[in-house]
Ligand binder design. Sequence first.
Ligand SMILES: [Mn+2]
Length: 441
Amino acid sequence: MKINSKTQNITNDIFKKRRNQLIDMASDGVLIIPAMHSSIRNNDVDYEFRQDSSFWYFSGFEEPDAVMVLDGKSKKKYTMFVNPYDPDMAIWVGARVGAKGIEEDFGADKGISINKLKEKLYEITEQHERIYYSFGDDPIIDPIIKDILIKRRQSSDRRNKNPLEIKDPSPLINEMRLIKSKEEINLIQTAIDITEKGFLKAMQFTKHDKNEFEIQAVLEYEFRAGGSKRNGYPSIVASGSNACTLHYIENNSILKNSELLLIDAGAEFNYYTADITRTWPIKGIFDKEQRAIYEIVLEAQKKSIEIIKPGVPIAMIHQKALEIIVQGLIDLKILNDTKENILENKDYIDYFMHGTSHWLGIDVHDVGNYKQNNKSTILKPGMVFTVEPGIYFGENIKNIPQKYKNIGIRIEDNILVTESSHKILSNNIPKEITDIERILK
Ligand SMILES: [Mn+2]
């Protein structure tokens, strides 16, 4: 089965609804949204192409180099500039849909060859006083927009026309993407369910003397077998102290029985990604010190998830996790001061140095503000985010008893805010010590 946007539950109607919503919010101008360009890896070889997330969100179109124009004032609201259909290209890299195809298959009111972008874009912007365009993101389209702005300014006096004003559409787009629809939640859930299978296989395959990249292969084989074309981000497969390098992706160390294995990975499904972390003992059972630290992280994670519901500021989740981790480290005599002083002086920062949550969706660190008017963003139904506290005692960290060294633990789940509470979308992926040890047997 070929999996693409047409076989799945995001249909052209949904993309159209999104476009119309954006057009309504930007009714005082014309929106210009470029696609991603392909980029060279080395001689004649491109990096794997992935469409720009926001461009995809409004179009479902997966070719590089296109430019979407949304114009509420025009009868033909949705214009797309695309690479022309080219029979030679069809032989070498696969067919381009071309100007006709974008109208027929993707619901564009008008398809135009990208070769005419400059001249046609000037004509379109002539009808407006404002363009919505995220300047600075696209080194190929930016100069074209700049030329249009200059040309218009130079001729504006003569023709009694105002210069073009430029406004960044990303706050409008990000606000839309932050609240997930039912269809989007289903896709995230599918990505998580596929990811779950990978984690279970990776746990079962974990063994002393294997290389991290062997575990990665098993994990990602399950992702592909489950229908995920690619990962949402490079998998982190980190044993021992490697887990204390937060974005470790070398994945090239030998597993040792005395150590833990941390995997942070997510399958992408139809552009939506999971983002899951689990940590387990390579020998199959937690030793005393590993267990003590694991129990603190697990309690912090569970207790901070418990408070999630509409109306709660997102920052409160991190605060809750932080308090439990600090208390746990006091109980183990790793931190020696009052809880208030430790929080005030950030004495925990060498061991828990990252935030607890980020938005999740088409991007693993999805768009959306964490603060609004200088106050923590208030949770609303449809928001999806991670809860992922951790404790890291790297090799070189000071003031830690030797027995705790090389322990790095993070536990990460993906949470949906519901009408009155929350749902842990990744609840089936084991994290209780007894469940993990049973699987590792
Ligand atoms: Mn994450």
